[in-house]
Design a protein around this ligand. Structure first.
Ligand code: SF4
Length: 389
C-alpha cells in the first residue's frame, strides 16, 4: 500500500448530502432484453412495497439534505395515480423536496395527464422516458408494449403538464436494425426537441430471453463495426442539435445533464430503496435481495434486506472512483480525486495513463485525465485497466 501514496487524512466520502434511488419492482410485461428485477404489477403488492420502502427510509433515519431523488425500476408509471400520489406525499414528508433534481422514469403509453399532474405538484422536475426506438419492428423485437406514436404523445402530454426537463432513452444495435434505421430513430427523437438523450447499445445479459436466443442461434447480433458507427452517428447527430456528450452514453443541452447520475459517476453516496436496489452509504456498498416478499418481510421486522454487503478498502474506492469518473466527458479532476480518495491518480494509474495516452485513447493535463472521443466506443476495455491496479 505504501508505494501507492495513500494520504490517510482523506475521507472516503467527503459529502454531507445524499441522493436517494427508489426501485419500483413492477412492470406490465417483461421486455426480452431486461435483467432488472421486476415482477408483474398488482395493486396489493404495490401497496405493500410502497409501505416497505417508506418504512425503510425511516429506518435509515437520514439527516443529510437530499440532493437528488430518482424513482426508477421496473416501471414507476405502472403505479396507479393514487399509489404514486401516496408514495410521493409520504416521501416528501420524510425527506423534504430534493434540493437539485427529482426524476421519475416513465414508459410511453402508461401514463396520462392526471399522473403527470400528481408528479408535477409533488416537485418532480425531470422525466426519463423509455422510448428505445421509433421503429415498430424494433420495439416488437425488444418486447416493448408501446408504439412509436406513443412516445410523441407522452412527451406532448408531459409538456402540457409543465415538464420541460425531459429525457429519452434509445437503444441501438438491435438485431435487424441498420445505421439508417438508427439515424432515423435519433432524428425522430430530436424532432421532439428534447434536451437530453441516452443512447445504449443493446446488451445481452445472461438470464434474459434475448441471451438465450443468442445462444441457441435464433438471432444474429449487429456486428461490432456497425455498432461503433451507430454510436459515432449518434454523437454527430446529437451535437448538431446542441446535445453534447457529458458521459459515454448520455447527451444533453447545457443545464440538462442528469444530476442524479453524476452522483454515481462522482462516486458520492446514495441510498437505494426497494428490492434489488444498491446503495453506497456510510462506507458500505450494499445490495438488497431481489425478492419482493423477502424484502417486505425483512423491513416489517425492522431488519435490513441486504444480500450483499461490502466494505471496500481505500484502494478499491480509488479504483472505483477512477472507473466512474472516466465515464464522464470531464474525466478525473485530479485535486477532487485526491481529496475524495487520498490517492494521486497520476501516480496510482501512471501505467494505464501512459499506455492509453500513447494510443491516443486518453489525454491528460496537470489537473485532468479524460478519455478521447475514439476511446468512448471501446471504453469498457480501457476502464478495466483502472479497476484493478
Ligand atoms: S419496462 Fe423497463 S424494467 Fe420493465 S421489463 Fe422492460 S426494460 Fe425491464
Amino acid at each position: 500500500m505504501s508505494e501507492k501514496r495513500f494520504q490517510p487524512n482523506a475521507s472516503p466520502i467527503p459529502d454531507n448530502t445524499l441522493s436517494v434511488y427508489i426501485h419500483v419492482p413492477f412492470c406490465a410485461r417483461k421486455c426480452r432484453y431486461c435483467s432488472f428485477y421486476s415482477i408483474p404489477y398488482n395493486t396489493e403488492a404495490a401497496d405493500a412495497w410502497s409501505r416497505a420502502v417508506l418504512r425503510e427510509l425511516e429506518l435509515y433515519n437520514v439527516h443529510h439534505p437530499i440532493q437528488t431523488l430518482y424513482i426508477g425500476g421496473g416501471s414507476p408509471s405502472v403505479l396507479s395515480v393514487s399509489q404514486i400520489d401516496f408514495l410521493l406525499r409520504r416521501l416528501l414528508e420524510q425527506t423534504g423536496r430534493p434540493t437539485e433534481e427529482f426524476t421519475v422514469e416513465i414508459n410511453p403509453a402508461q401514463t396520462n395527464a392526471e399522473f403527470f399532474t400528481v408528479l408535477k405538484s409533488s416537485g418532480v422536475n425531470r422525466l426519463s422516458i423509455g422510448a428505445q426506438s421509433f421503429h415498430p419492428e424494433e420495439l416488437s423485437f425488444l418486447g416493448r408494449l408501446h408504439q412509436p406514436q406513443d412516445i410523441s404523445k407522452t412527451v406532448k402530454t408531459a409538456r402540457q403538464c409543465g415538464f420541460e426537463n425531459i429525457a429519452l432513452d434509445l437503444i441501438y444495435a438491435v438485431p435487424g436494425s441498420s445505421l439508417k434505421t438508427w439515424k432515423q430513430s435519433v432524428r425522430k427523437a430530436l424532432a421532439l426537441d428534447i434536451p437530453h438523450l441516452s443512447a445504449y447499445s443493446l446488451t445481452y445479459e445472461s438470464d434474459t430471453p434475448l441471451f438465450r436466443n443468442l445462444e441457441d442461434g435464433r438471432i444474429v447480433p449487429v456486428d461490432e463495426d456497425t455498432d461503433r458507427q451507430m454510436y459515432e452517428a449518434a454523437i454527430d447527430l446529437l451535437a448538431s442539435a446542441g446535445l453534447e456528450p457529458y458521459e459515454i452514453s448520455n447527451f444533453a443541452r447545457p443545464g440538462f445533464a442528469c444530476r442524479h447520475n453524476f452522483r454515481y459517476w462522482d462516486n458520492r453516496p446514495w441510498l437505494g430503496l426497494g428490492p434489488s436496489a444498491a446503495s453506497w452509504f456510510n462506507g458500505q456498498r450494499t445490495r438488497h435481495i431481489a425478492d419482493l416478499d423477502q424484502y417486505i418481510e425483512s423491513i416489517r421486522k425492522n431488519q435490513w434486506a441486504f444480500d450483499e454487503v461490502q466494505v471496500p478498502s481505500p484502494l478499491e474506492i480509488a479504483c472505483e472512483t477512477a472507473v466512474l469518473n472516466l465515464r464522464k466527458t470531464a474525466g478525473i479532476n485530479r485535486q477532487q480525486f485526491i481529496s475524495q480518495t487520498g490517492f494521486d491518480p497520476m501516480e496510482l494509474f501512471a501505467e494505464p495513463i501512459q499506455h492509453y495516452a500513447a494510443l491516443g485513447l486518453l489525454e491528460y493535463t496537470h489537473e485532468t485525465i479524460q478519455l478521447t472521443r475514439p476511446a468512448r466506443a471501446v471504453a469498457d476495455s480501457i476502464l478495466c485497466d483502472f479497476a484493478d491496479v
